[in-house]
Design a binder for this molecule. Structure first.
Ligand code: ATP
Length: 453
């Protein structure tokens, strides 16, 4: 019987393991559901993904600053934010109207489509009740009897709201301004994961942009466009991206409007990032709960107000996975097929690979020198002298290395190397003294290639 060809997802999962991007967590103990570890190439991919986000959201802007808040905050924070009440009850979902209801309070709840009915009475099938402990609980304190329950944060956003005043005052900011944060969030996810698309712990990248209440719509539109464009700037195929506005019934309790940037994954359309108009909900709630004044006072107009918040919130693991899926190609060449990841050069885990053409006559030593020079210039560089040169190229194509540099016999006397470009497979002769400048330029001139799909 003919063997079934693996799906694209299966291929990516196996490439990730084979080449050291991502491993099943606790694998030698039989694995842990929805949990993964990142290997040498995965760590580089994640670092670059986060760096690309940070550059666009913080470094390149005068109106956004960074924050790194604690994972475990005061437990009351999550009561105020609505997470304790919203995330820890037995819940059922209506498959028809997509409403989510407390299983023990169905008689008090109303169908989203037919408010005169209770959930389930409208003909929609209800799922089995599930304990929705989306928040992980932990104990703070030495002895269990005297310790108190705290939570691992399910989103980084609350840490930003808690520091709104601290940051605004210390950084001397006034609306419109933003506070950005990248960090781990934790959710006790029970739905199937699709590899690292949905995991129990993940790196979230969120930015809360504080604006005058009259300007929320303008900024909401601005951030939707800006965030959508970011993915295409990093090479994601625009035909596989869409912006989907939530309808009223889908909106979270705090949101006036939300739109998701979605990608067409091998398993269907899925959310990459959400852009939400969170209104003044969070700041007002925290202000009410603590008695703290979380208003902005405009000294010019003498106006006092609670800013509205526009929040782009993305997942860095999901983004890195998307970069990978989107970059993957089995390219049909004249004689054979090559597997290539067309990563944007800023995203590729290894920037340059350096090869001596053969393992003798001083070429390895010269190649090591070139590799050291590139490392010093902060290029992640891989040195390889094993096997035929064609095979070495292919191994780098498979992990998305944009530039392979070969040192041959002539290089020893003329100090000229061959740079081979991953996407076009074209080659350039470059003087070693000009190599760093050449690579910097080639990186910034990179264009997404038309894949032959
Ligand atoms: P989903 O509908 O997929 O559960 P969400 O709407 O709950 O996501 P948000 O709270 O808006 O997600 O979080 C912002 C981003 O964080 C998401 O767009 C996604 O990229 C990422 N994210 C959320 N949950 C997970 C998870 N369990 N694993 C990996 N990434 C996640």
């Amino acid at each position: 019987m003919a063997k079934k060809a693996p799906s694209l997802m299966e291929t990516i999962v196996s490439l990730c393991k084979r080449r050291g991007f991502i491993f099943q967590a606790s694998e030698i103990y039989g694995g842990m559901g929805n949990t993964y570890d990142y290997g040498p190439l995965g760590v580089e991919l994640m670092r670059r993904t986060k760096e690309a986000w940070w550059n666009s959201m913080v470094t390149e802007r005068a109106d956004v600053v960074g924050l790194d808040s604690a994972i475990i905050q005061h437990p009351k924070v999550w009561e105020t934010s609505g997470h304790v009440a919203g995330f820890s009850d037995p819940m059922v979902d209506c498959k028809k109207c997509k409403g989510r209801f407390r299983a023990d309070k169905l008689e008090d709840a109303r169908c989203l489509e037919r408010p005169s009915k209770q959930p389930g009475q409208c003909g929609g099938e209800l799922t089995e009740p599930r304990e929705f402990n989306l928040m992980f609980k932990t104990q703070v304190g030495a002895a269990e009897a005297t310790s108190s329950t705290a939570y691992l944060r399910p989103e980084t956003a609350q840490g930003i709201f808690l520091n709104f005043k601290n940051v605004m005052d210390s950084a001397r900011l006034k609306p419109p301004f933003g506070i950005a944060q990248i960090g781990k969030s934790f959710r006790n996810e029970i739905t199937p994961g699709n590899f690292v698309f949905r995991t129990r712990e993940f790196e979230q990248a969120e930015m809360e942009f504080f604006v005058h209440p009259d300007e929320d719509v303008k900024w909401y539109e601005y951030w939707k466009a800006k965030r959508f464009a970011w993915y295409t700037e990093y090479g994601v195929n625009p035909d596989k991206l869409r912006m989907r506005e939530h309808d009223q019934s889908e909106l979270a309790h705090y949101a006036k409007a939300t739109a998701d940037v979605e990608y067409e994954y091998p398993f269907g359309w899925g959310e990459l990032e959400g852009v939400a108009n969170r209104t003044d909900f969070d700041l007002k709630r925290h202000s009410e709960a603590t008695g703290e004044n979380l208003l902005y006072f405009d000294p010019q107009t003498k106006e006092k107000y609670t800013p509205y918040v526009i929040e782009p919130a993305g997942g860095m693991n999901r983004t890195a996975l998307t970069f990978m899926i989107d970059a993957y190609e089995e390219e049909q060449l004249e004689k054979d097929t090559r597997v290539v990841l067309h990563f944007h050069p800023e995203i590729a885990p290894i920037t340059a690979a350096v090869f001596p053409l053969v393992k003798k006559d001083g070429m390895p030593e010269k190649a090591q020198e070139v590799a050291a020079q590139l490392r010093k210039a902060r290029f992640t560089t891989f040195y390889d002298e094993k096997g035929a040169i064609g095979r070495r190229y292919r191994r780098q194509d498979e992990v998305g290395t944009p530039f392979c540099i070969t040192i041959d016999g002539d290089s020893l006397s003329d100090d000229v190397v061959t740079v081979r470009h991953r996407d076009s497979m074209e080659q350039d002769k470059v003087k070693i003294s000009e190599l760093v400048t050449f690579l910097i330029e080639a990186k910034s001139n990179w264009k997404r290639p038309e894949k032959k799909e």
